[in-house]
Design a protein around this ligand. Structure first.
Ligand code: GMT
Length: 376
C-alpha cells in the first residue's frame, strides 16, 4: 500500500508513534510518505520505502498567523496525485484531521476518492480539542474521517463523553518495538558515569508540560533519596523545567538530579534505569511508561486516563491517585529497597510490555487501511 502519514515531527508521543508505525510499515514493504513541517525526530531516511515531504508555509506580513492547515491540505492534494497514495493516516486531530478532510474534498472534485484514517492521541481531545474555540471543527473532522482510532479505551471513552461523535472509534493501543532495545552496557554512557554502584537510578522523560506534574516528580524523588542512595535523571525539555531546577536547589538535591534536555538516546538512558516516574495529571496512554517497561524498568505512575491499561498495579509498578506523592514515594521504595523485589518488578515490566509488541499491533493497522481502501 502507499500510505501518507501526517504527524507532528517533534519529541511528543503522537509523532513518535506515527514515525515508528511508518518505519515498520516500510520494513514490511509498504511505501510510506511522511508529510509534516520538518523531518520527524525519530525518522532516519535510509529506507527506500520511506519518503518525507516538507510542508512549507510561506511567510506573508498580512497574516498574523500563518495558515498551516491550508499549506498542509494543498501539500496532501499534490502528494496524493503525484505518488498515487492509497490512504491518508493523520495522527492528532488538530489540525491534521481538518486539513485531511479539506484535501479529501479537493481531491474528490478531481474525481479521486481517498480514504482517511484519524488516530486520536490524547491532548487533541482532553486538553486542546475540547476548548470551545476548536470543538466544532474537531467534532466535524472526527465525524468526517473514514475510520477513527484511539490509543486507549480511556481515550475512546473521553472522546465519546466530550464530543458528539457519530463515527465508530476503534481502540488500537500504542506499541513498542521490542527487538530494537539493543542496549549494550559496555558502550560509552555507562552506568558509572551517572551514578555510584550503590545508587538506584530513577528516570522521568517528557515534554515538561504542566500536565506531567513535574513538581510531583521532584517531591517523590526528595522522599526516595532520603531513604536510599539514588539519582534522578530528568530527560526532555519544556515550560516546567526551570521550575524543577529551582525546586531541586531549594530542596538541596541539585547534585542528585541530572537534567539532560531532549535526547535521541532514550533506550540507552532507560537501559541504566531502575525505576520510571510518570505522575501525570492525565495521560491517554503513557508511551514513555511503555518505553521504560520495554527496557525492563518498572513504573510508578498516576492512575489517570489510559495509564492503568499500560502499567499494571502491583505487577509492572504501582498506580496512585493524581497528586498522592507520599504514596508514590512509598511504592517506589517498596520496589527499590530490595534487589530481589526490584528484579521481580523488572521482569514483570518487560513481560507486560511484550503484550504491546509492534508485531501484534501492525497487522491491525494494515487491516484497517485495507478496509479503508476497499471502501471506495
Ligand atoms: O505527552 C504529551 O504531552 C505529548 C502527547 C502528544 O500528543 O504527542 O502525548 C499524547 O499521545 C501519546 C501517544 O499516543 C500518549 O502516549 C500520551 O499519553 C498522550 N499525552 C497525554 O494524553 C497527555
Amino acid at each position: 500500500m502507499k500510505i501518507a502519514i501526517v504527524c507532528y515531527p517533534t519529541f511528543g508521543g503522537s509523532g513518535v508513534v506515527a514515525t515508528e508505525l511508518g518505519l515498520e510499515l516500510a520494513r514490511r514493504g509498504h511505501e510510506i510518505h511522511f508529510i509534516t513541517y520538518s523531518q520527524p525526530v525519530r525518522l532516519a531516511l535510509l529506507n527506500p520505502n520511506v519518503h518525507y515531504h516538507e510542508v512549507i508555509v510561506p511567510e506573508y506580513p498580512l497574516f498574523h498567523f500563518q495558515p498551516y492547515e491550508l499549506a498542509l491540505s494543498s501539500k496532501l492534494v499534490d502528494m496524493v496525485k503525484l505518488y498515487k497514495i492509497d490512504v491518508l493516516h493523520v495522527h492528532y486531530a488538530i489540525p491534521h484531521a481538518y486539513a485531511g478532510y479539506m484535501a479529501k474534498q479537493m481531491l474528490k472534485d478531481e474525481g479521486i476518492d481517498i480514504p482517511m484514517v484519524t488516530t486520536l492521541h490524547g491532548t487533541d481531545i482532553t486538553l486542546v480539542g475540547n476548548h470551545p474555540f476548536y470543538k466544532p471543527a474537531v467534532t466535524f473532522s472526527i465525524n468526517k474521517s473514514d475510520y477513527v482510532t484511539s490509543v486507549s479505551q480511556s481515550l475512546k471513552d473521553d472522546t465519546l463523553k466530550l464530543f458528539n461523535i457519530k463515527n465508530e472509534i476503534q481502540v488500537i493501543p500504542n506499541f513498542i518495538e521490542l527487538d530494537k532495545n539493543n542496549y549494550d552496557p559496555t558502550v560509552p554512557c555507562r552506568r558509572s558515569v551517572m551514578a555510584k554502584p550503590e545508587e538506584r537510578i530513577i528516570t522521568h522523560i517528557s515534554n515538561f508540560r504542566k500536565v506531567k506534574r513535574i513538581p510531583d516528580i521532584i517531591k517523590i524523588f526528595y522522599k526516595i533519596q532520603k531513604e536510599i542512595p539514588s539519582k534522578l535523571m530528568m530527560v526532555g525539555d519544556g515550560p516546567e523545567k526551570e521550575k524543577a531546577e529551582k525546586m531541586c536547589r531549594k530542596f538541596g538535591i541539585q547534585d542528585k538530579v541530572i537534567f539532560f534536555g531532549n535526547s535521541n538516546e532514550i533506550d540507552r538512558i532507560l537501559g541504566l534505569t531502575d525505576l520510571f516516574l510518570l505522575p501525570s495529571e492525565t495521560e491517554s496512554f503513557g508511551l514513555a511508561a511503555l518505553e521504560a517497561m520495554a527496557c525492563g524498568v518498572p513504573v510508578i505512575s498516576s492512575n489517570s486516563g489510559g495509564l492503568p491499561e499500560v502499567n499494571i498495579d502491583g505487577v509492572s509498578g504501582y498506580l496512585s491517585d493524581v497528586g498522592e506523592v507520599d504514596e508514590m514515594a512509598e511504592n517506589a521504595l517498596k520496589i527499590l529497597k530490595k534487589d530481589s523485589v526490584l528484579a521481580e518488578f523488572k521482569k514483570n515490566a518487560l513481560h507486560v510490555a511484550e503484550s504491546f509488541d509492534i508485531k501484534n499491533i501492525l497487522p491491525v493497522y494494515e487491516a484497517l487501511y485495507l478496509k479503508a481502501i476497499n471502501k471506495y
